[in-house]
Design a protein around this ligand. Structure first.
Ligand code: ATP
Length: 334
């Protein structure tokens, strides 16, 4: 089976072809880079409008080159239905509907956060892992129970990447800030910042205010970056450990763009090793926003008959992972 995926929840205009028999994913992405500041929803949507046709065309060309028969040989079109920025989602939804109708194939509406989880489950071969999604706009722990991915714990304010990006904007660094914090932290000494975990939930706003204040007070930025990483990732590792303990699961997968950070992966790996659990982090192209994960989950949903009639295919900027009935695992009651 071959599924064409389209992603465009925020910054990555991306299309992909997933061939389930070969287990091969071809991804073409065009990132939006703001001239200044963070992601501006209107500019990001303009970027989607410009870039989606080109990335889809590249993937369609690839599909035609690798097709066994005539044409592109595509069985379904999958798209990111949410959560994300409304103006971006609407453009991607329109493109996906038009493409499904043109190719005369079913449409599959994918939850972007469940896709972050499922790409890790698909590649690791884990059965029922806990997932830490550490992305720009989100930060949560997911665990499977009774046919849904339940949110076991989450941020009480901003997503983890957005929190880091707010600090880097404050010190005048361009977007995205996460990789710059990772680089700067290598030369820094730990600077103490508030550590805020409440049960299974956590908060970043106080940490960010303290980090900005420290920068204004003249603390070396490298030290603040080292403090940010140790504090924020320590919080995420603590809550991930609690989620493993709560669910009795011994498998953890990582999802989301912040998962590209080596220090975060190191801390999660050490935590898992200490408790005898297994840890899997997908390669970077599947951690940051990408259409590959949309196509892979789209294929599983298509195979389960979980397709979307065009009149019911509206997007949902607040689409939570626990709203999704999991139709594709074959163990919906466990
Ligand atoms: P979501 O999946 O919630 O829609 P998103 O659209 O913002 O997230 P992602 O690609 O998942 O996109 O994540 C982007 C975020 O990842 C940005 O905030 C960026 O700063 C952060 N990031 C990227 N690389 C690193 C890194 N090496 N260390 C820390 N953060 C990083």
């Amino acid at each position: 089976m071959r599924v064409l995926g389209i992603e465009g929840t925020a910054w990555a205009a991306s299309a992909a072809l997933f061939d389930s028999e070969a287990d091969e994913v071809f991804i073409e992405s065009d990132p939006y880079q703001p001239d200044s500041g963070g992601i501006h929803p209107r500019e990001a949507a303009e970027h989607m409008g410009d870039a989606i046709p080109a990335v889809v065309e590249t993937v369609l060309d690839r599909a035609a080159e690798t097709a066994e028969g005539e044409g592109a040989d595509i069985d379904a079109v999958a798209f990111s239905r949410g959560p994300g920025l409304g103006p971006c989602l609407r453009i991607v939804g329109t493109a996906a509907r038009a493409l499904a109708q043109t190719l005369d194939v079913p449409l599959v509406g994918v939850n972007h956060m469940v896709a972050h989880l499922e790409i890790g489950r698909h590649q690791s071969g884990f059965d029922s892992p806990v997932c830490l999604n550490a992305s720009g706009a989100n930060a949560h722990l997911l665990g499977y129970h009774n046919g849904r991915y339940r949110v076991l714990g989450e941020t009480m304010d901003t997503g983890v990447g957005n929190a880091i990006d707010k600090f880097t904007r404050h010190v005048g660094w361009s977007h995205p800030g996460g990789p710059k914090v990772e680089r700067a932290a290598r030369d820094g000494e730990f600077h103490e910042l508030p550590y805020v975990v409440k049960g299974m939930d956590f908060s970043f706003s106080g940490i960010m205010s303290a980090a900005k204040q420290a920068a204004d007070d003249g603390v070396p930025v490298e030290d603040i970056c080292a403090g940010l990483q140790e504090t924020i990732f320590g919080m995420l590792a603590e809550v991930a450990e609690r989620a493993l303990s709560l669910t009795g699961t011994d498998e953890l997968v990582l999802g989301g763009g912040v998962g590209q950070n080596e220090r975060l992966r190191e801390m999660l790996e050490a935590m898992c090793e200490q408790r005898g659990a297994e840890f899997y982090a997908p390669e970077p192209r599947f951690l940051r926003d990408n259409a590959g994960m949309i196509a892979v989950l789209g294929a599983k949903m298509y195979e389960a008959g979980d397709t979307l009639p065009i009149p019911e295919s509206s997007v949902d900027p607040n689409f939570r992972p626990d709203q999704v009935p999991v139709t594709w695992r074959g163990d919906e009651e466990s």
